[in-house]
Design a protein around this ligand. Structure first.
Ligand SMILES: *[C@@H]1O[C@H](CO)[C@@H](O)[C@H](O)[C@H]1NC(C)=O
Ligand SMILES: *[C@@H]1O[C@H](CO)[C@@H](O)[C@H](O)[C@H]1NC(C)=O
Ligand SMILES: *[C@@H]1O[C@H](CO)[C@@H](O)[C@H](O)[C@H]1NC(C)=O
Length: 357
């Protein structure tokens, strides 16, 4: 018996076409307009099995026939990514989470090999090895792709040896492979850190008040939600830097998703996100893909509790104790981290700074 649910996976089966059509006619929009349109354009609508079907239908109904169908407008050089077969890990740090006993949070940071200074500053601030002395049982790894030059190879080997916090995957690091990086990070967490209650995704230029964030999460217990600054009803861009083509995502609006700089999920959500990825073709915009499309498929919702605690630009004294995440504060992190620790009435241990390059 075919129903709507089973047809989500079988969009090309003829009987499913009928099921879908019945559903549209009955529920979506005035009969004449949409049914007539769909009869003529089934191939477009039904080929987009990856996303929320109602969005595909809405979009199809709103666009005049033949407009924007598979026309390449973005001109971005986006490589084809397979989500069913992830690349290998070149450096796995497989005992990272067991080595650092009693963790409550594992953080993975989207890095790239040449981002040496950002890694140093991250290590010296919120992801510091001494965070435990501040009551935060967190450890952070940096996710990088394969080395492209001899120099990059040296950087990776050196930092991996010194800090043991580099996880390297066999893929080319580009702006357009971030979704792959994100999936590899989740895969790594699933394989090696599944006992750690919370997973934090972070970019390499953010400052996180890990003291407040940890307190907030520990007070919550486990959850089916993503804790982040969530965007709702974001329009899909068809031009410019965030350009996404219609065959990649035909809807007009994305599902709710997290601002990519920092978000947290309970570890039990990780296998669900990975499973969702096996039947959702990748979208290169990684925050939309992982925390929007995959989260929706995985049944993970967004908590709005932290929305007011994220700052997208700038940082000020009066934020301390209120803001938990600052985006884009690369150069001033060390200075602000000291102020933040002091604000919490804590003191940084007098240990030598991590060796620099
Ligand atoms: C983990 O916590 C337990 C109990 O709080 C403690 O006995 C143990 O030493 C801790 N282990 C590490 C590696 O910190
Ligand atoms: C990494 O990927 C490249 C290209 O796909 C492949 O030729 C190479 O053998 C891989 N290396 C390892 C160590 O898996
Ligand atoms: C980040 O900050 C720099 C200056 O500190 C600014 O030029 C840039 O536009 C900011 N980026 C975003 C995304 O806000």
């Amino acid at each position: 018996m075919l129903n709507l649910l089973s047809c989500r996976r079988l969009p090309f089966v003829n009987k499913c076409v009928a099921v879908w059509r019945r559903w549209v006619v009955a529920t979506l929009v005035p009969v004449g307009v949409v049914a007539g349109f769909l009869l003529g354009h089934t191939s477009f609508v039904y080929s987009n099995s990856s996303l929320d079907q109602s969005q595909a239908f809405n979009d199809a109904a709103a666009d005049p026939p033949n407009q924007g169908r598979h026309v390449s407008e973005c001109n971005l050089n986006i490589p084809t990514i397979s989500t069913s077969e992830l690349p290998e890990f070149l450096i796995a740090e497989s005992d990272f989470c067991t080595r650092r006993g009693n963790l409550t949070m594992v953080a993975y940071i989207h890095s790239h090999i040449s981002g040496v200074e950002k890694r140093q500053e991250t290590r010296a601030t919120w992801a510091s090895r001494w965070a435990e002395n501040l009551g935060v049982r967190l450890a952070a790894v940096f996710m990088v792709g394969r080395a492209r030059t001899h120099r990059e190879k040296e950087i990776v080997e050196r930092e991996s040896r010194l800090y043991g916090d580099i996880v390297q995957g066999n893929y080319t690091d580009t702006y357009y492979t971030l979704s792959l990086k994100a999936l590899m990070a989740l895969e790594w967490v699933q394989q090696h850190c599944s006992h750690v209650p919370w997973v934090l995704h972070a970019d390499d230029d953010v400052l996180i008040d890990t003291v407040s964030y940890s307190k907030f999460l520990n007070a919550r217990g486990s959850s089916n939600r993503l804790f982040c600054h969530a965007w709702k009803s974001s329009l899909v861009r068809r031009t410019g830097k965030w350009c996404v083509e219609k065959y990649e995502f035909p809807g007009k609006k994305y599902p709710p998703y997290c601002a990519g700089g920092a978000w947290v999920v309970a570890n039990k959500g990780v296998p669900r996100l990975l499973k969702a990825a096996t039947h959702a073709p990748p979208l290169w915009v990684d925050d939309v893909y992982v925390t929007g499309i995959l989260a929706r498929k995985a049944g993970l919702r967004h908590s709005w509790a932290l929305s007011a605690h994220f700052r997208m630009t700038g940082i000020e004294e009066q934020d301390l104790g209120k803001t938990m995440v600052w985006f884009n504060v690369t150069e001033t992190r060390t200075e602000w981290w000291r102020k933040l620790v002091k604000h919490h009435g804590l003191t940084l241990p007098h240990l030598p700074p991590p060796p620099s390059s």
